[in-house]
Design a binder for this molecule. Sequence first.
Ligand code: C2E
Ligand code: MG
Ligand code: MG
Ligand code: MG
Length: 290
Amino acid sequence: GLPARSDALCRFYDAAVVGRLQREKELANLLDGSIKNRDFIVTLQPKVRLSDGKLAGAEALVRWHHPQKGVISPAEFVPVFEKTGAIVKIDLLMFEQSCEFLARWIAAGREPVPVSVNLSRRHFEDPGFLAPFVRIADEHGVPHGLVEMEMTESIFFDDEAIGNVKKAVDAMHDHGFTCSLDDFGSGYSSLGLLKEFDVDALKLDRSFFLDDSSRARDVVESIVDLANKLGLTTVAEGIEDGEQLRFLRAVGCDLVQGYVFSKPLPCDEFERCADERGAAALRNDDPLQP
Ligand code: C2E
Ligand code: MG
Ligand code: MG
Ligand code: MG
């Protein structure tokens, strides 16, 4: 009968909730050991300029390689450590590794490229959150203009958060860092955000490019137009094929990030990929060629 079925359903949900809580606890317990062991490693994904096919920057993305548990996805652990607050420490570790990379890159005489890091909403609760970023950049001799901070649009969840983020954006600019609005169009976005926040770049969420209807294309074109009017750099995320590239170039999008060029790579592989990109941009087998 119905009561028995709903009991079963309740037990099913209870088991799912308990399982999830156990996993969250497990990840939280692994954290300190993994920080000590340096199991959190930065990977870099290239951003390519559509106008000339050249490398225009990189995004730093965390990878967790646990010696016993294997690779744990940021999609799983970032939300857990946002709850506990430990994400702030992980973001700083990624920033430090990014600065080590940039310092080596510059020392090797390569043309400097900006590197962006992802900032959890948890940073914005602390008005002094930028101090360690400034210190780490300066310790590595990294010019602040090469540092970009990505904030997802989901940080604008309430008025208090909006006030804090506004102050944070001003503080980042005062220090010469640039800021970008990540995952734009993934859910909470309101065009009002573009009016309120003086960000430097807009990252169009991958979900826009999963649909190639003419309606979806018109929406992308309009957002790129608007961003261009506002003087924002546009970055298309999650681009996987050449046709998308040619469409984005035709509508005036500035940069592209996606598997069409490369997955996120460990720093040494990123350097090799950058060399290859320089060469590919000059050849006719480049995905950017018509
Ligand atoms: P995000 O910042 O929007 O990063 C882009 C995600 O899209 C990355 O997933 C990247 O690997 C993936 N991606 C890039 N190109 C393609 C493509 O062509 N196709 C597909 N299917 N996917 C592509 P990843 O590395 O798994 O990271 C997921 C999310 O976790 C990130 O989304 C970001 O919100 C968060 N995250 C990653 N690293 C950090 C970090 O160091 N700190 C914080 N706070 N969050 C991070
Ligand atoms: Mg990002
Ligand atoms: Mg994104
Ligand atoms: Mg995303």
